[in-house]
Structure formats: structure tokens, C-alpha cells
Design a protein around this ligand. Sequence first.
Ligand code: ME8
Length: 721
Amino acid sequence: MTKPVSIPARFYLTTPIYYVNARPHLGHAYSTIVCDAIARRKRAQGIDTWFLTGTDEHGQKIERSAKLAGRTPQEFATALSQEFRGLWDRLGLSYDDFIRTTEERHKRGVQHLFATLRDRGYIYKGSYTGQYCVSDEAYVEGPPGTPCPDCGRITETVSEENYFFKLSAFERKLLEFYEANPDFMGPESTRREVISFVRGGLKDLSVSRTSFSWGIPVPGDEKHVIYVWLDALANYITALGYGSDDPVDQARFAKFWPADMHLIGKEISRFHCVYWPAFLMAAGIALPRSIKANGWLLFDQGKMSKSRGNIVRAETVDEVLGADALRYFLLREIPFGQDGNFSFDALVQRYNGDLANGYGNLVSRVVNMVHKYFAGVLPEAGAETAAEIGLRKSAERAIAEFGPAFSELNFSDALKGLWLLVAETDGYLTANAPWKRPPDRSDLDHAQLQARVLATSAECIRIITALVYPILPESAAKVWKQLGLGEIQDAAKQAFLTHLAWGGLKAGTKLEEPAPLFPRKEKDAIEHMQNLEDKNNSSAVAAASVGGANTEPVAAPQAAAVAVNAVESKAPARATASPVAPPAPTAIPAAIPVAEQHLPAPQVAAEPQLAERQVIGIDDFSKVELRVAQVLVAERIPKADKLLRLEVDLGYEKRQILAGIAQYYEPEKLIGRKIVIVANLAPRKMRGLVSNGMLLAASLPDGAPVLAGFLEEVPLGARLK
Ligand code: ME8
């Protein structure tokens, strides 16, 4: 008889690889922390685990961000990638590999994948004219000016000869696959959305670009770069060694692929649940076992994101409350898969309630009393009474329920259940008051009660600590030591934390000195965190304005406070008609027109006649919101000779402006230029497109506009006063 081959248990999980166009914030930390907790529990179950994270460094979005920061894309990507990696290290995240898409191992793998898809007949050449969202690096259906359905930003028109992937050939196969594998995608809302997207029909997908060069060249046709999502998704296999000839890489790939779980944010489920499986099917590679989408972390009512300017950095929470507090809050507060609000108030409340007054206080009470009454040596519990039997049953229930809830990514319920045990142990301790001997109790009885209550409580703490380790790794390690159990990592390696049974903490164990775990925080912790964020925001603006390394290219301290207003700029004459005309030199001291660059000789405008002048007070002037913006996109509008469509960045938001300067400015020359706009005029539609602001220019005697600009560096969004 042949024995069944035993397949060693292994688990491969991945985070999205993050764009390096901006520094990491709590949203990125959230997905990475979830993966870290899963990886730690898997390892603690004795499963050979591989946890991959990394950075997504190619594409037009990164190329543009680098340009705005005045750096090469490679320098820019390296600086930002280090920020991500540095933060994951600071937070103690236990990734096994960190891939950068600019690494050779990745480029080689992506080219191999592209060539395989082409050789197997799934890639062909065609031409594409349509809309593209640079922010999401996604193709969008609709006419020019269509906003991106995902992020709402205005799309750009792309007209190129491209390579296409035959996505349409996979419509039926994907639907069959989803049907046969109901657990492939989750949560249910993601599954429904993806299925309805595929049922709506799949068109072939453009998988190369020629209008910029920051990407991986198509093998054999180097003027094309590979579409950034094909490049990025492939990281999950290239990091393991796909496309390499090295036997070590090949063995790693054979061992860990297919992935057990790709953890992603819900906004990128289409790329992961539709494109990625289709690419893999086409290349003849096994599909990942599951794709799970976390919901969004919201702050000030909106998705936390750099472009909204409503971010909070993980460093701030780490500095004031510690990384464990952040992990606990994110996993306890937000049911996985749903959106959840982040607020400093709620964070500090949870910290004080559950960690400082809850778990931390329980540990400190018990460890202190073992030192006080038993010289730090754990006493024998003796015979159980009804109270101990009740507590033991609760602990056994906690053990039985925690694992399944955690495996279903239901971290919030897993913690809720475990904290019932914290509360029950605390209540048991208080009810039995081992610190107080009633007059009718003998010394011997009292010593026995102390021994029983403290040994039983300490055992509960051991169980709570073992279970909570993946979520509070640093604090659990401290408690494990205080209980005299040594290094928790060793216990994790031997699967002691997950194969738990009552009675593991033996009498005679020498406990370590108690040390504070979660010191209580007062209200000023909230202010402290808010101040740290404010300080960081203003330094980001200052650093961005000088194009410093490691900085976000844009940021605005007063983010999101500015209402979206707009204005028409129909014709040159109108565009130059500033509402503050003629500006007194002192009224806008910072605005120095760059007319000199365009004019052959100085010209002087005719002095306005007194009758033309309308004198206004400072109150009138202050109603006009003039701000610095940077041109990200400039393009002609078909059949409108005078109009250019601009997409400008105010630091705290991007918007579309139509400007009547097409006869005077080449669109390409405007990209990257800082201009001044009137930011609070009502939106106006022209040629079916909305214009959301008006740019300022001096009007030359012949009517030609000369855009206002600055000689010194100015941060985006700065107000002119
Ligand atoms: O999309 N709430 O990168 P990205 C929850 N490079 N999660 C959030 C979040 C928030 N407010 N903000 C960000 C990309 N995330 C691509 C991925 S993968 C092959 C390529 C998390 O920098 C969440 O996991 O925009 C989201 O999917 C990811 O960061 C997006 O990071």
C-alpha cells in the first residue's frame, strides 16, 4: 500500500503593492497590518507562511509625481519606497519579502509573462482612442472629459497604437470559475460587484502604452511600455521567482504559488478578480485561492487618501499610543470588509477602555499580587470552586471561538469574544478580592483563596495573551515574559499559542517584575496626535515647495475645507479679466507675471480711465479666492479652437478648468507650470464640459494673455492675499 503524500502546510499571502506617488498613510497601514496579523497567526499554527508586500513604481502617475517634485522617477520611487518599507519596519510588520517593481527580478518576470501571453495568442496589436484615468491607471468608457467612475477625477484622452489582451475571451470562463469557487472573492458585496461587471461584457484590454516611457518595455518592441496594472499584478508571482532560471527561485515559486490570499482594498477588486485571473488563465498559471477586500478607512467623512488631503499617518499613532494600540483599534473597531471611521477620539477611548483599563490593568493587578503575596512564584490553584469552573468554561469557549472567527477575517468579533474573558476575569478578581481578608476567614483559608484566585486569573491571562498575540504582538511578548513563560516567539514556533488547553501555566513558575503595558492617556493625547499631524502637514508643504526628497509632491494643511467652486474662462479677454482688476501692486505682492519670458520688449498697458475704475473695499477683495495651482494635464478640445482643457492640482484637490488660451499657449508647454486661479467661482459648462475655476493672466494690448506666475517657489493651494 502506498502512503498518501503529505503536503506540507504552507500559506502565501500578499498586500497590494503601494503606489510610490505619496507617503504611506493609515489606509495603507491598515491593509498591511491585517496581513501581518494573519501571517502571525498562520505561523503560530505551525504553517510555513510567506508574507509579501512591496511598492508599485511604474506608470504615468509616478512619472508625473516625480516631475512635480523635480526628481527622476527612479530617485523619486526609491525615496518613497523606502518610506513604506521604513514604516513597516517601524511598526514591526513581519513581511518575508518586499518587492519593488523596478527590481530586475520583477522586470524579467513581467517580460516573461508578456511574452508567454503573446506566444499563446492572447496579445495582439491594435489602436486605442479613449479615456484614461491616470490616478487609477485605468481605462474608462465615455467621451472626453468623462470623470473616472472610481475616483471622480477627470479622465484624459489617449490615442495610441497599443498591444491588446484578449480579455473578451475570458468572460464565460471567469463566470464559470466564480460559480465553481464561491469563496474565491469576498466579502459578498465585492463578489456581487465583480460578477455583475463581468456579466456586463468584457472588452479586450489595452496592455501597453507609448506616450510615456516610465515602465517595463514590451519585449521586442521597446517603444511600448507594459500597462502598469499588468506589470503590478505580476508582482505576486515575480516575487516568488516566476520567470527566473535559478533553481532556488523555481523551487520557491513551486512551493508557494498559488497564493492563498491576496488582501486588497475594495476599489481594486476589478483588477484582481477579473484581469488577474484572466492573465493567469491565459498564461496557463494556477489561480490564487482567494481575494479578500478590506473596506475603506474614512476620516472626516471621506475615504482617507492623499488626494483628498484627509490623511493621518501611522507614525503619529505609533508615537503617542504605540503600534499595538493602532492594530487593536483597526481590527476591533472596523468589521472587516466594511468601511470604518477613524477618529482620534474613538482611538483614545478604545485604548483607555479596552487596553489600559481592560487587559493592561488585569495583567498588572495579577502580576503585582503574585509578587506581593507569593514572592513572584505562581502558587498551586488547588481545588476548583463553582467560580473557577465558570471561568475555565469561559476560557475554553474563548479558545473555541477565537480561531474560527479569525479565520473568517472576523477580527472584530474574535476580539469582542476574547474581551468578554478579560472582563470576566477582572470581575472574578474583584468579586473574590484576594487583597482583603474578611475577619471571619482564617489565614489559611485566605492564603488558599489568594492562591486559587491568582493562579486561575494568571491562567486566563495566559490564554488571552496567546490568542491576542497576532494582534498585539509587542504587548503579548511582554506579558508572556511577565508570566515567566519566556519568549513568545518560541512558543509561537512550537504552535503552543494555537494548540491551547486550560492548565498550561504551572505552579512554581517564577514571574518577572511587572512593567506597564498601556499607560492611561488623558485628553491631551488627542491634541498631541492632532498637533503632530498639523506639524507634518505644514512641513510637507514646505518640503514639497522646494522639491525635497521623500516628500509628497503636494499637500495642503487646510485640506478639504475649501468648497469646490468654479468659473468659466470662455475667451482670452474674459480669462484675463481678473475680478480684482486693476490690482494695486500691494494687493497681490506675490504675483509676478512672467510676461518677460514671452515678450520681445517691455510693453506698458494703457492706464485705465478713472471712469472704468471701480473702487472696492478689502471685504470685497477677500471674497475672491485666488490660489496657486499646477497644471497636470493640458489638451486641446476637438472643434474648439480657443479652448484648452486643463486639469490642475491645488494640492488639496484636482479640478478641470477650461481656458481660452489655445491660440497663445501650446498645451504641452503648460504641463507642470504653476499658475494662479480664481478658485471660488460657480462651475460653468462649456462644450459639454464643466469648468471649475478661472486662470489669471495679464492682458496684452493686442488681447493676448500672459499667465500669472511666480519667481519664488510656492506651495500648491497657497492663497494670494
Ligand atoms: O492601488 N482605507 O496602490 P495604492 C483602506 N498600486 N485601505 C486603504 C485606504 C483607505 N482609506 N487607502 C489605501 C494601488 N488603502 C496599486 C495596487 S496591487 C497589484 C497594485 C490600501 O497606493 C488598500 O489596500 O493606491 C488599497 O487597495 C491600497 O492601499 C491602494 O494602494
